[in-house]
Design a protein around this ligand. Structure first.
Ligand SMILES: [Zn+2]
Ligand SMILES: [Zn+2]
Length: 273
């Protein structure tokens, strides 16, 4: 009854973008904001992510990890997008696949704990392939948040994890310019001014090692089809290896001969994946 009372108070939006294949929820919200010529916060309210009876709504930094049933019902009422299509844009889409089963009941706090424990997905930020971003018109893919995504096999580049201008990690869920291809983060080295570098024009390092390209190709297949041939066993081995690196980084063996860029990252990450 409560839901019935709450849902009609939302107006049905006339302009709702079609989700881009594989798009992340935040990217879709930004597309909705652009289409309706409003800011991101206003778009979140119009689309039903905020409860109409709550003022001063702000998305948590974990926005896009999961959605509650209550939220999906409101968003469906406001945008017409089904709960299943909304969930497909959140990290729960990979739960029980390349990510472990999601804790229940889904709440942003349990989602936050789940993500923090996992180290298998970027909980706040996203990597990006600038060329893909150009082609999609600024739509960000959900899979770029998985640790299994390190390269784009189509453009043969490493994904970018940080802005080439200010050095901040990309895609923090905060207020700022809603332009999907502008960094928009505060640049500490320039008295906190907003960084206006265009992400889709940044040049990521080329990936020339054919073994690594093949590795990403296989990981992509695993992400899309985790229950395929031997998928479970491969994932188990990958999780164990990742855990081993995280815990015993100091004893990690040196990398086999591969791209110099990878060696720099390997020596620079300090055990934090
Ligand atoms: Zn690409
Ligand atoms: Zn920047």
């Amino acid at each position: 009854m409560q839901d019935q009372l709450r849902v009609p108070s939302l107006r049905r939006l006339a302009l709702v973008p079609e989700p881009y294949p594989g798009e992340s929820l935040l990217s879709w919200v930004n597309a909705l904001a652009r289409m309706n010529r409003v800011g991101r916060l206003q778009a979140l309210r119009l689309a039903g992510f905020a409860r109409p009876d709550v003022s001063g709504y702000r998305p948590t930094v974990h926005f896009g990890a999961s959605l509650t049933e209550e939220t999906t019902a409101r968003v469906q009422a406001a945008t017409g997008l089904s709960a299943a299509r909304q969930q497909a844009m959140t990290l729960t889409h990979y739960a029980g696949g390349v990510l472990p089963a999601f804790p229940s009941p889904p709440h942003w706090r349990t989602a936050a704990i789940w993500l923090a424990r996992l180290h298998l997905a970027l909980s706040v930020r996203s990597r990006v392939c600038p060329a893909c971003l150009r082609e999609s018109g600024g739509r960000w893919l959900l899979r770029w948040r998985l640790v299994w995504s390190f390269a784009c096999v189509r453009h043969r580049v490493y994904l970018l994890g940080a802005c080439r201008g200010c050095g901040n990690g990309l895609r923090w869920v905060g207020p700022g310019p809603e332009d999907a291809v502008v960094c928009g983060q505060y640049d500490r080295s320039r008295q906190g001014r907003v960084c206006l570098r265009t992400i889709s024009r940044m040049r990521p390092p080329r990936l020339s090692d054919p073994h690594l390209l093949e590795c990403q190709r296989r990981l992509d297949r695993l992400v899309d089809n985790p229950r395929g041939d031997g998928g479970r066993a491969i994932l188990r081995s990958l999780h164990t290896a990742l855990e081993g690196i995280r815990i015993g980084y100091d004893d990690a063996p040196s990398l086999p001969d591969t791209d110099a860029i990878l060696h720099r990252r390997w020596h620079g990450h300090g055990g934090a994946l």
